[in-house]
Design a protein around this ligand. Structure first.
Ligand SMILES: [Zn+2]
Length: 257
């Protein structure tokens, strides 16, 4: 069984036909999902989704503030996050992190770091793993983790750094998210990573509905299967082994706290 460790099930166009999307994913062997929040509007939808009795053991959620959406923070937002984490003992903290591709200057980088580290502190308080967004900011992300003494691990989503950087994340208790970047035939670096990293350190993800493999069509959690098949081919093993190990890795992060 496959685990899509990074998707946004509450975002359009997935949310309005979710039962169908999940059924299609299951047909491809994808039975577990970790759906991450982008902003506060997401929190209620995700909480309601995970509370459905049918989704107690297949949909996991992460609550937090994505670095793209922190320009105008709602009032008392960190107190609210503190409260929702208290009320949702199963939730991870995410999608949080740094995106220096989207930070025009040092002031916005500092703002991102402040929001990221405040959320890492909350994750620590509640003993939760984190779901990390990191674009062109690997060194700064790792520095934030060390500064906050964050030891609860989690997932680094859509990892595109070097093997050496991956090992630094792994040392801090993180699993490396390998996903839709692999569906692009030109991604040599991610292919190298997918063939060299120990399988025990990898998890699979799509980022659906984002990062679509074909333009103008939304990404779909069912593509986790294709990602498993590509990794299997790169490593000369069968996709079922990739599925089994990566799902076990993902569940170990979610249940280990
Ligand atoms: Zn995402």
């Amino acid at each position: 069984m496959l685990f899509d460790t990074h998707c946004h099930l509450t975002h359009p166009p997935l949310f309005h036909r979710l039962p169908e999307i999940l059924a299609e994913a299951r047909t491809c062997g994808v039975s577990y999902f970790l759906s991450a929040a982008a902003d506060t509007d997401d929190w209620e939808n995700l909480i309601a989704l995970a509370a459905q009795p049918t989704h107690q053991n297949d949909i996991y959620i992460a609550l937090g503030l994505h670095p793209w959406f922190i320009d105008r923070l709602p009032e008392n937002v960190f107190n609210r996050l503190d409260q929702v984490l208290q009320q949702q003992p199963q939730a991870l903290v995410g999608e949080i992190g740094l995106d220096f591709h989207r930070a025009a200057d040092e002031i916005s980088q500092r703002q991102q770091q402040f929001v990221f580290e405040t959320q890492l502190d909350l994750a620590k308080t509640h003993r939760r793993a984190a779901v990390i967004h990191n674009v062109k900011s690997g060194v700064a992300c790792l520095a934030s983790l060390r500064r906050t003494n964050f030891t609860f691990g989690g997932f680094v989503h859509a990892f595109s750094g070097s093997t050496e950087e991956a090992h630094q994340w792994i040392k801090l208790g993180f699993k490396i998210g390998i996903g839709s970047l692999l569906l692009n035939p030109n991604t040599k670096k991610v292919k190298q990573l997918a063939s060299r990293l120990p399988l025990d350190d990898m998890v699979l993800e799509t980022d659906a509905p984002y990062m679509p493999p074909t333009p103008h069509a939304p990404n779909h959690p069912k593509n986790t299967r294709q990602i498993a098949e590509i990794i299997a081919e790169l490593r000369g093993i069968d996709w079922q082994t990739v599925a089994e190990v990566s799902t076990r890795n993902a569940l170990s992060v979610i249940t280990n706290r």
